[in-house]
Design a protein around this ligand. Structure first.
Ligand code: FE2
Length: 492
């Protein structure tokens, strides 16, 4: 393995007495290029060709007010597979906020938990007072890596080979872009939404395979909302208006507090190039949903899978370190209890039917992206570590037979969100691997693993050493090199 270390960034963080600045969430700052990574065990498959990119959240300076792990600056980790070899590099996303704080040598913006008016400069996004840290999500679209922030912000572009920062996406509208832009590999389109505190409160848009904004419409909802994700089928986009959102009374006082409101969940189904008046709203059981899986059309119905939170307002966590009980409660999936769930929206009758597909606490679902928007059979979920925003296992579901397979990591080993990597000449939907970065707290190292989805419970087929221990984070993606190059791929 050859490792090239980049010049260090400015960091002034001095106080690590925060539960999300320890263990697998310990911040790291080194930026490196590493080639020909060493294999710890197994063999790197020669039948995959593409990149796995993960976004993580790094606190760089002492916070203004309380730190929330989602405030951290975006750092992308990229591993590239080709011809049975793997190369790695990582970079901070050079956002406008990151650059300004590098120059100032201190924090200039308060975070999610900071009091009103804490930021020293005007902020971004739905919250209006935050730094757009571009640290939530990452996709590959129109030949670029696209990094986004869940409170809405700019879309930052990076080179998919070098991770060189290439500035802002020109297509991003004034109200910004939420995390969870959706890439349809078969058309090359990217669907997105944003949300804000001013009417119409939500928008939906489409960017074509060349990176041009080709559709952007308001999605009127009755007030400020906090959608986190969206879904799509071949013909429709599915937006949501869920009963967990900002408390309007608190908001008048400048405080950003969320609460459940006593009403149904609403899902808005819009033709992919439709306008506000084309949206059809469907009611469903009240919940909050962080993430959806796939959606597709079947007869008169639109079928959508996702994770239904049984307890969207978890309250304080018992035994949390003093002052962190609420933060840790919201971040503990064993308290919010998301369950794999299927909604069916009947376009003829306007009715919704829904049910859990599994009773286990699962989230951060992935599936073969070739089947995005189409009927599909296999879903892969991450298993959360009780008490923490960390993953220590995976479950594969056969959604047709109801069968499932699980893989638990050893104690002290934590995974990242694990997308599906199709083999180059895949014969069917689950012919490929899950790819994940592992943080090993026992050895204070990190590695990348590939799990053969046809032999799911057999464990990784390869373990590849990373040049440094990485920090935990949220989202990731896989992109075939052919998709990076051509901007679209033929459907299966
Ligand atoms: Fe997310």
């Amino acid at each position: 393995m050859q490792v090239e270390q980049l010049p260090p960034i400015v960091t002034t963080l001095s106080d690590l007495e925060h539960p999300y600045m320890k263990g697998a969430w310990t911040p790291m700052y080194g930026e490196v290029n590493a080639s020909r990574l060493a294999v710890i065990e197994g063999k790197i498959p020669t039948d995959i060709d593409g990149i796995y990119v993960r976004n993580t959240e790094i606190p760089v300076h002492d916070p203004i007010g309380r730190y929330h792990p989602f405030d951290g600056d975006g750092m992308l980790h990229l591993i590239s597979f080709r011809n049975g070899q793997a190369d790695y590099r990582n970079r901070f996303v050079r956002t406008r906020g990151f650059e300004a704080e590098q120059e100032a040598g201190r924090s200039l913006w308060g975070g999610l938990m900071a009091p009103p008016g804490a930021s020293l400069r005007p902020g971004w996004g739905a919250h209006e007072g935050l730094k757009d840290s571009s640290s939530t999500d990452v996709v590959v679209h129109a030949g670029k890596v696209v990094s986004t922030f869940y409170q809405c912000g700019e879309a930052y572009l990076l080179d998919p080979d070098t991770l060189e920062n290439q500035g802002l996406a020109g297509w991003a509208p004034i109200d910004g872009v939420s995390a969870h832009t959706k890439v349809d590999e078969s058309t090359g389109e990217m669907l997105f939404f944003n949300y804000s505190k001013h009417a119409p409160y939500m928008h939906y848009g489409v960017v074509d395979q060349h990176g041009k904004l080709v559709h952007y419409v308001p999605v009127p909802v009755p007030g400020p909302r906090l959608p986190h994700d969206m879904a799509f089928t071949r013909n429709y986009a599915i937006l949501n208006d869920l009963p967990l959102h900002w408390d309007l009374e608190a908001l008048k006082g400048g405080f950003h507090a969320t609460r459940m409101h006593d009403r149904a969940s609403r899902f808005g189904i819009i033709p992919r190039r439709g306008n506000g008046q084309d949206i059809r709203w469907f009611e469903a059981a009240p919940t909050y949903i962080l993430h959806f899986l796939n959606a597709y059309e079947e007869g008169d119905e639109v079928v959508m899978d996702g994770y239904f939170q049984e307890n969207p307002e978890p309250g304080p966590m018992r035994d949390a370190p003093r002052g962190f009980a609420h933060l840790m409660g919201f971040l503990d999936q064993h308290m919010t209890r998301p369950k794999l769930h299927r909604w069916r929206f009947n376009l003829k009758t306007g009715t919704t039917t829904e049910q859990h597909l599994d009773e286990r606490v699962l989230e951060f679902g992935m599936y073969n992206q070739r089947y995005a928007g189409l009927p599909y059979r296999y879903a892969y979920s991450a298993v959360a570590t009780p008490g923490w925003f960390l993953f220590d296992g995976f479950v594969k579901h056969d959604l047709v037979s109801g069968q499932s397979w699980s893989l638990q990591l050893a104690e002290g080993r934590y995974a990242s969100e694990a997308p599906f990597v199709p083999r180059i000449d895949a014969k069917d939907e689950d012919d490929g691997y899950l790819v994940s970065f592992i943080i090993d707290e026992n050895t204070q190292t990190s590695e990348c693993v590939l799990i053969d989805c046809k032999r799911f419970e057999a464990g990784p087929v390869v373990r590849i050493a990373l040049p440094h221990k990485i920090s935990s984070g949220t989202h990731s993606c896989w992109a075939d090199r052919r998709f990076v190059r051509d901007g679209m791929l033929p459907p299966p």
